[in-house]
Design a protein around this ligand. Sequence first.
Ligand SMILES: Nc1ncnc2c1ncn2[C@@H]1O[C@H](COP(=O)(O)OP(=O)(O)OP(=O)(O)O)[C@@H](O)[C@H]1O
Length: 319
Amino acid sequence: MALLEVDSLKIAFELTGGKRLKAVNGISFSLDEGETLALVGESGSGKTTAALSLMRLLPKNAVIDGGEIRYKQRDVLTAPEGMIQKLRWKEIAMIFQGAMNALNPVLTIEKQMVEAILLHETVSNEAAYARAEMLMRRVEIDPKRLKQYPHQFSGGMRQRVMIAMALACEPKIVIGDEPTTALDVMVQAQIFELLESLKKEMGLSMILITHDLSILGDICDKVAVMYAGEIVESGSVEAIYEDARHPYTQKLLAAYPIIGKKRGLPDFIPGQPLDMTKPVQGCAFYSRCHKAMPICLSRPPLRTVEGAHQFLCHLEGEA
Ligand SMILES: Nc1ncnc2c1ncn2[C@@H]1O[C@H](COP(=O)(O)OP(=O)(O)OP(=O)(O)O)[C@@H](O)[C@H]1O
């Protein structure tokens, strides 16, 4: 049995003027213990919305339009608030986008970390301080730096602090929402190394949200590529790197070349992401697809390449 199962999940946002934006449109995926899944796609494809729903942290104007989320076989969407409070941070934790915005600039790291621990756990102040020190060591920062303020840390160090905070209650699943965006390539690699070693040491499962497919090789087991609220291709990281079938995945791979692999110059994906307040006819990627055909105006089938490698397209799909 998977640790986490998401089944045909649909989430919409209610907008002013009675409009609705369909942010997540029937996605399904699962996560086993110790497994890492990447949710990949351009900005606005629904990755963050999907992730927030796993912790029931969606904004107030979000509506669940259908589907199920099961954590250890328990229904997350209908669970009483008391159960969700036990799940949030203690079972599933999130490293939010942009460490500078998530940290309070006028409080020391120590104060913020200790407060976070005391908020979620019934431990003494001393135990919370001891845990903050242990967490700093775990993310390879000298615990003496607990006395410092966020601005005294580099971007990479701040991100390590965010990772430490996410680990504060020893969760089973950590969700990283663009955990390395805005960091330079070297620091990005160090953060991924750290996440990889924490994953092994603590037996964590992870969901990594990113727009950059090229960074997943060493840390992810499987990938789900999202476009306009749908998973358009999913499979093992090898299947996606070596045998991508959906034209959107192929374009994403070209947009972020993998170092050491010959993929030519970075390409870009022409056109604009879809307006998700309007109903989609046929394939959501139709207007931007370099392989579009008249049949693409009808709903594409979900094709299986082999095993868990699937893609949503009218084309048989050549690699
Ligand atoms: N509170 C909200 N109210 C209305 N629309 C929203 C709200 N939050 C997100 N959206 C819209 O939902 C869609 C999906 O957004 P989401 O943040 O999940 O995408 P994403 O793939 O994570 O992109 P990013 O990396 O930019 O966060 C977008 O069109 C976004 O504008």
